[in-house]
Design a protein around this ligand. Structure first.
Ligand code: FES
Length: 105
């Protein structure tokens, strides 16, 4: 049964909470764009090629899928990368995730 995922977004020091459906096939990049987070460009459309969807994951698991080699390689191209860096387009919003706290980079 579909449930909502609680997503807390920290952006420039302010914190906002959202709920996202877990059954419509969105990824986190698409959700952030849909909620007017214009800092997230998502230029490659979620193909793990541009890194313009970079976020830090502060709390919550990101599902069963971890960082694959492709995502890790793109993250390494960024001037600043953190131990909790992720490409938000590679985080699928499914029922494997209950809540997330992220920070826009
Ligand atoms: S949208 Fe391009 S890497 Fe995520």
């Amino acid at each position: 049964m579909a449930e909502n995922i609680k997503i807390t977004v920290i952006n420039k020091g302010s914190e906002q909470s959202f709920e996202a459906p877990d059954d419509v096939g969105l990824n986190l990049m698409e959700f952030l764009k849909a909620t007017d987070h214009h800092e997230i460009e998502g230029m490659c459309g979620g193909m793990a090629l541009c890194a313009t969807c970079h976020v830090k994951v502060l709390e919550g698991n990101t599902g069963e899928e971890g960082i694959n080699d492709e995502e890790a390689a793109i993250l390494e191209t960024l001037p600043e990368v953190f131990s909790n860096s992720r490409l938000s387009c590679q985080i699928k919003l499914t029922d494997k995730i209950k809540n997330l706290k992220i920070e826009l980079v």
